[in-house]
Write a protein that binds this ligand. Structure first.
Ligand SMILES: NC(=O)c1ccc[n+]([C@@H]2O[C@H](COP(=O)([O-])OP(=O)(O)OC[C@H]3O[C@@H](n4cnc5c(N)ncnc54)[C@H](O)[C@@H]3O)[C@@H](O)[C@H]2O)c1
Length: 308
């Protein structure tokens, strides 16, 4: 199978690509390398790996990259509301315009797997299912919602609304809630936490890669649909996460009254649709916190890896 991963040099893609190569798939990575190329160097040892440096905003480059591919996994984006807020024009061009270029380039025979997000829901009182109306509150959620809808309307697409990722990946991000808390707990010795009761769900970045492999194995049942991807037992409040972190890393936690999340991510999500097909996550927040602690202590880096 020939698999193109657009935006695969990032946090999710660099965890996914080794899993695709381990299955013997031919993997073409298309990326502008916003965060550099170091994390993809180990992939070149595999003869099934090829790299194309390109920009998803360029329709001709995207058209050339999809040629001969059976599956396109589309991950390229300006990710997270702080990065989108910093450069709204770029966020719209990449997240919406880039996705339109992908949709225009593929044929109906090529399957598209899309890395969408739970930020599409906005602030929701009831448990979110895939049928819950989307009311994204930030530019990030709004651009991802438009992109998701465009792909579903125009291509053979499986859209994954992922929980918030955590864990170690070759292109590490420390702007994700759990990763950020672990980094701060280690470097500052304390955490200042607002909206302590806000509920979110979490998924290890390795399990996000596993979910894409699962889609390749179940494409006939899944094509044309949206799936929440995560695990119900990992619906945690910020305070729950702080308790896990303080068990692993002795640090002081101050719960503050000021500060807010632009996406107002305070929701509980149902994962029944994908669980019923047989997909379950494997790695817990406890395991992710332990892995992050060991990695961050070992490499003793000076600057946080962030998307902003
Ligand atoms: N990490 C999460 O918690 C999470 C959760 C839900 C959904 N997602 C989605 O998964 C996808 C990947 O997220 P990530 O965490 O790996 O982000 P990331 O920022 O680490 O990676 C994004 C990748 O896209 C590439 N890219 C950006 N602009 C590009 C352009 N114009 N042309 C080509 N490549 C470009 C970057 O170089 C980078 O390699 C995104 O679409 C994101 O919305 C991530």
């Amino acid at each position: 199978m020939n698999v193109l991963v657009i935006g695969g040099a990032g946090y999710v893609g660099t965890s996914l690509i080794p899993q695709l190569l381990a299955r013997g798939y031919r993997v073409r990575l298309f990326d502008s390398l916003m965060f550099g190329g170091d994390p993809i160097l180990p992939f070149f040892r595999d003869k099934n790996f090829t790299f194309v440096r390109g920009d998803v905003r360029n329709p001709e480059e995207v058209k050339a990259a999809v040629q001969g591919q059976d599956v396109v996994i589309h991950l390229a984006a300006i990710v997270g509301y702080p990065a989108c807020r910093k450069d709204p024009k770029l966020a719209e061009e990449v997240n919406v315009g880039g996705t339109r270029n992908v949709a225009a380039a593929v044929s109906r025979q090529q399957l598209v797997l899309f890395g969408s997000t739970g930020s599409n829901y906005g602030s929701v009182e009831e448990v979110c299912t895939e049928e819950t109306p989307l009311h994204p509150l930030s530019l990030y959620g709004q651009t991802k919602t438009l992109a998701e809808r465009h792909l579903l309307e125009n291509c053979a697409t499986i859209a994954y609304r992922f929980a918030t990722a955590f864990g170690v990946s070759p292109r590490l991000r420390l702007d994700l809630l759990i990763n950020d808390f672990v980094y701060k707990a280690l470097t500052q010795g304390y955490l200042v936490v607002y909206e302590r009761h806000f509920m979110r769900t979490f998924i290890h970045v390795h399990d996000m890669g596993r979910a894409f492999l699962f889609a390749l194995d179940h494409q006939h049942q899944m094509a044309g649909k949206v799936f929440n991807v995560g695990y119900e037992q990992m619906n945690y409040s910020k305070e729950d996460n702080c308790k896990i972190i303080t068990r692993h890393i002795g640090c002081y936690v101050h719960y503050a009254d000021v500060g807010e999340d632009a996406d107002k991510r305070n929701y509980v999500v149902s994962y029944k649709r994908i669980n019923d097909l047989g997909f379950n996550t494997t790695l817990t927040v406890e395991e992710g916190v332990d892995e992050l602690k060991r990695a961050l202590q070992a490499i003793n880096f000076k600057t946080p890896y962030t998307n902003v």
